[in-house]
Design a protein around this ligand. Structure first.
Ligand code: BYC
Length: 474
């Protein structure tokens, strides 16, 4: 069904013919806008931003671009087209028709999954709300706001499910999604990474590279769900998500490009000299990669998880790209898992595959993360330098699961705890590293100008030139 923009809430779910649901969502809408006014990029409400807005759910030509004041962005409810006669593709109910309503026995689990997913979306907007004040260019400022409005729309996607399928408790959860706040000591966001401050653009690029990629993998697994409305909404969210990871990958790539230029200009790889010249030395970038990668790895949950086993067996949450696997039931399958033995060594055991699905997903995610690393390392190699950027061991600096709190190097070697404590800031940014990065973050908003710590992008948005006025500041 086409997206109807003539309604108060743009949608392709035929809202006009469900007056109760329409009223409930129209009641939530001002609360969302109030939240946006208070917790979004508040100081840029009058800016005209060159944004894309979804116009259809087709993969081809699904968005239009134009200047928008962010509070007037048309947040709405867009589900990917239904697949006729879709069947559950995994778990014990494999082959049975998908559900168009919530099965009673899975109600609370599905609500928990939807609320957890929904909670991350406004959290990220809150985390990024002050970044506009230190943007490196109008191009970047526009990308930040594009990401922000789409995360707002992803909140709408989950709130729609809560309102449409869960009744009163769904409506209460929708209110709570606006009441918890990132980093709030009384009412924090649900998942750890979404309470980390994002106070500089290097963190923003790393967040969109690593944490949005967790979003990609979680959404891919929800897109497999036997609960069809969740599958359809997740599928369309993935279309929007691709740009967010693009911002991360090209952002980090541009930082590296600029650093390599400075290294060439100065004829040195001495971090102190590179910093004195106002660029990000590669060891410092490596620390940021270590920080955000390890934090994002926690978002997959514990290595051994009865939640993930039940979610899979019951057809609620599959593996990303489930169809690429041969066995979709996994009863009897095992996974070789390494965990710390508590005495400073590593033990290996074969565990039921069903219980290890968080780890399986973490593995696929890490492979995807490697792609950017390869590209960046090629640029470093071409410039004639021997340094290589790496991903930290998946066991490094974990706070969730079997490896939580274990003293390991980024290479994954267990070391004495006092050595770990002493060396931690060799591996993740120290307060002085962060202060240096913050010192680089001076707002650049003159048309066509770019901050000195990051190279311009190769091309602009929607075939426009890089120096286009992507944001017209009031
Ligand atoms: N922090 O069996 P366990 C995105 C909790 S990002 C705090 O180990 P399970 C985006 C867990 O909730 C994608 N708590 O794990 C990106 C559970 O609590 P309860 C977001 C954590 O359940 C950028 C307990 O520990 N989407 O979209 O198999 C910008 C034991 O859990 C954490 C989703 O996450 C943590 N890191 O898997 C904007 C999808 N990890 O229930 C957006 C929905 C675990 O015992 N969520 N816990 O009270 C899920 O599928 C699962 O909840 C998780 C955890 C994958 C998060």
């Amino acid at each position: 069904m086409a997206i109807n923009y003539s309604e108060k809430i743009p949608n392709n779910v035929d809202l006009t013919n469900d007056r109760t649901l329409q009223r409930a969502l129209e009641h939530w809408q001002p609360h969302f806008l109030q939240w946006w006014h208070e917790m979004g990029p508040t100081d840029f409400e009058k800016a005209e931003v060159y944004l894309r807005t979804a116009t259809s759910v087709d993969a081809e030509g699904w968005a239009r671009y134009g200047s928008v004041h962010m509070p007037e962005y048309r947040w709405g409810i867009f589900l990917a087209d239904a697949v006729p006669e879709r069947k559950i593709g995994f778990g014990d109910a494999m082959g049975q028709p998908v559900w168009h309503q919530i099965p009673g026995e899975y109600r609370s689990t599905l609500r928990r999954l939807i609320v957890t997913q929904g909670d991350t979306e406004p959290a990220s907007v809150e985390q990024q709300r002050l970044l506009g004040h230190s943007c490196p260019s109008l191009y970047d400022l526009r990308n930040l706001f594009q990401v922000n409005v789409e995360e707002g729309r992803h909140l709408w996607a989950m709130v729609y499910l809560l309102h449409a399928y869960f009744g009163r408790d769904g409506r209460e959860e929708a209110e709570e999604l606006l009441a918890r706040h990132s980093g709030d000591s009384d009412k924090p966001r649900i998942l750890t990474t979404f309470n980390e401050p994002i106070s500089d653009w290097l963190s923003f690029y790393c967040f969109t590279y690593f944490t949005d990629r967790d979003g990609k993998y979680q959404l891919k697994s929800l897109a497999e769900s036997g609960f069809d409305p969740l599958s359809r909404t997740s599928r369309f969210m993935l279309t929007e998500e691709a740009h967010h990871m693009f911002v991360g990958e090209t952002g980090i790539g541009r930082v590296i490009k600029r650093t390599l230029e400075v290294m060439k200009e100065l004829g040195t790889d001495d971090p102190a000299k590179i910093r004195a010249h106002g660029a990000v030395d590669l060891p410092l970038l490596q620390k940021y990669l270590n920080f955000w990668c390890s934090s994002s790895l926690d978002l997959f949950g514990s290595e051994i998880s009865s939640n993930s086993a039940a979610n899979f067996a019951n057809g609620l949450k599959g593996r990303p790209d489930e169809s690429q696997y041969v066995d979709h039931v996994l009863r009897g399958a095992t996974f070789h898992l390494e965990t710390p033995d508590g005495k400073g060594a590593v033990q290996a055991e074969d565990v039921p595959m069903l219980n290890a699905l968080n780890e399986v997903m973490r593995g696929s995610y890490l492979k995807d993360c490697e792609i950017g690393l390869k590209r960046w390392n090629r640029a470093i190699e071409r410039a004639g330098h021997g340094v290589r950027l790496t991903l930290p061991s998946p066991h490094f600096r974990r706070t969730i699961g079997a490896w939580a709190g274990q003293p390991l190097t980024p290479e994954g070697r267990l070391i004495p705890r006092d050595e770990y404590d002493k060396r931690l800031h060799d591996w993740i940014p120290s307060e002085s590293d962060r202060a240096f990065v913050r010192s680089l973050m001076q707002k650049v908003v003159e048309q066509g100008k770019m901050a000195a710590w990051v190279a311009p992008p190769e091309r602009g948005i929607n075939s426009l030139p890089v120096d286009y006025e992507y944001v017209h500041l009031a």
